[in-house]
Design a protein around this ligand. Structure first.
Ligand code: FMN
Length: 225
């Protein structure tokens, strides 16, 4: 059965949404896909810091993509192009990427349905082993500090393991991981947004999101060498 993301891939194949590897005067870049869902903006902010970390690695480039919301049939299909912000991801974006950093708000200790739905549409990539051997990392945002960040991060790793990806975490050699009193875990980057989603990222949370991007990108560059 053709999915929404297959139709996006068809558009991509026609050259409307994507291109082949990123070429610069210095040669080809190792491309890291930063793929996230965010409704209130916290996970999107983390994603931008992950991109900063990636862009700091020589030879690496970040590609920021999101996924459409999951809507009931009665509400009508999601629009093909978002009104603002990052473009929607295609399966082709995943196939082309040399690494992946995946972000979702925590929903009852799990990833949000729109991201899960996107991943559930990646069976064709699994069959061909397109993601096997590529590095990946994960990040999340919660309202509360004990609201299930680690559970969400671990749940996001499961499909990536099935795809054969190499998981990258955050070691305690990152000083911010020892010092943070908010988000940041060995399993991935995170943010505690507060009961009204009112808190912006702390310096430690920003630093750890950047470190995650840097670590995934550095490994991808080494694997591509
Ligand atoms: C259906 C639903 C379930 C949620 N479950 C949790 C949860 O288990 N723990 C928690 O701390 N926050 C939970 N939240 C809050 C979001 O994780 C939090 O607001 C997050 O920062 C939103 O990220 P965003 O700004 O990227 O949308 C939930 C929110 C919704 C809508």
């Amino acid at each position: 059965m053709a999915t929404y993301f297959d139709s996006q891939a068809a558009l991509a194949r026609m050259g409307a949404l994507t291109r082949l590897r990123t070429a610069t005067w210095d040669g080809f870049m190792t491309e890291i896909l930063v793929l996230y869902y965010s409704r209130k903006g916290s996970t999107a902010e983390l994603a931008r810091h992950v991109c900063r970390g990636i862009e700091g690695v020589p030879g690496a480039a970040a590609k920021l993509r999101t996924v459409p919301p999951v809507v009931a049939e009665s509400e009508g299909p999601a629009k093909l192009i978002p009104i603002s912000g990052a473009p929607y991801a295609t399966l082709e974006d995943l196939r082309q990427a040399d690494g992946l950093v995946l972000g979702s708000p925590t929903r009852f200790g799990n990833m949000a349905a729109p991201l899960k739905y996107f991943l559930d549409c990646t069976a064709s990539l699994w069959v061909s082993g397109a993601l096997a051997g590529k590095p990946a990392g994960v990040f999340t945002s919660t309202q509360t500090i004990h609201g299930g960040q680690e559970a969400t991060l671990l749940s996001m790793m499961l499909p990536l393991l099935h795809h054969g990806m190499y998981l990258v975490g955050l070691p305690y050699t990152e000083r911010a991981l020892n010092e943070t009193s908010g988000g940041g875990t060995p399993y991935g980057a995170s943010h505690v947004a507060g009961p009204m989603d009112e808190s912006s990222l702390t310096d430690h949370e920003k630093s750890l999101a950047q470190a995650l991007g840097r670590r995934v990108a550095a490994l991808a560059v080494r694997l591509a060498a």
